[in-house]
Design a protein around this ligand. Structure first.
Ligand code: ZN
Length: 279
């Protein structure tokens, strides 16, 4: 019997600009419109970063609120996940978006070297913000850029700083981090099943491996992520026309693996979001 797969669309991210692909939504209005089209194509979770007027990554809480509320206004059922990531900004700024009380927010449980900077998530910060999300009823998506982050997630869970079961996302293919390899996903899953058997998971990969990783995850019963944050191309040499175009292809792909795109209600049930009231 076909089983549901939750599709996350990462609409904007920190890096791509309109110079890379004119379809990258950067103003709040463009972001809401792009999210709505992607939702209508099959996405149930919208992962959001915001930009400033120069398209640079921003942590402006008002922008976050505008995009969050705009999406919820247009499609009240969908799950909005705000990013607490971001390059070169202080932790206080990065986590200010929690004030918006999204249903989900990203939480990386460790530090990692990106191509030109350290993505800094010291233990105290991770613990504080995990506790804060727990208090606010915000479900974290634990971002795993390196294996230590999985083991830290296990520790946080044991110490009651995460509500069980957690939802984790393996991210592969960012320069200088885990490469996009099916064998790495398999090792990740063997550790995850041993250490947190009831955890739910998504696998994401960057650039041309995005679609490949979608296939790996669908085959293994995981959830999937697409969108212009991770990949601006539809295929080699041809830019994606929109987030919705990438989502539509992924929604169609589900059937090949006896999966189908989860509804918002199914996504909430699968990811144990039911107890949480969207803010
Ligand atoms: Zn992101």
């Amino acid at each position: 019997m076909a089983t549901p797969a939750a599709i996350t669309v990462a609409i904007t991210g920190s890096i791509p600009t309109k110079a890379n692909n004119p379809a990258v939504p950067v103003t709040p209005e463009e972001q809401v419109a792009s999210a709505v089209d992607a939702i209508d194509a099959g996405a149930t979770i919208v992962h959001v970063h915001v930009r400033d007027d120069q398209q640079r990554p921003s942590s402006d809480v008002n922008r976050y609120r505008t995009v969050h509320d705009g999406i919820k206004h247009e499609r009240p059922d969908v799950i909005v996940q705000l990013s607490t990531g971001g390059r070169g900004r202080s932790p206080d700024e990065r986590f200010s978006c929690l004030e918006v009380r999204p249903e989900m927010a990203s939480l990386s449980t460790g530090s990692v070297n990106f191509a030109t900077s350290v993505y800094e998530n010291p233990p105290q910060l991770v613990e504080q913000q995990a506790a804060r999300m727990l208090d606010l009823g915000i479900k974290p998506e634990i971002e795993i850029f390196d294996f230590a982050m999985l083991y830290t997630c296990v520790d946080l869970l044991k110490r009651g700083l995460l509500a069980p079961p957690p939802h984790v996302q393996l991210v592969m293919g960012i320069k200088n981090t885990l490469p996009p390899k099916e064998s790495i996903l398999d090792f990740f899953l063997s550790e995850l099943r041993e250490l947190i058997p009831d955890a739910t998971w998504t696998c994401a990969a960057i650039g041309r491996f995005q679609l490949e990783a979608n296939r790996w995850a669908l085959r293994r019963g995981g959830h999937v992520r697409t969108g212009l944050e991770d990949n601006i191309y539809y295929e080699k040499g041809r830019l994606a026309q929109s987030n919705a175009e990438l989502v539509a292809r992924l929604a169609d792909l589900c059937a090949e693996y006896d999966r189908y795109p989860a509804s918002p209600a199914e996504t909430r049930h699968l990811l144990h979001l039911n107890q949480i009231t969207a803010g």
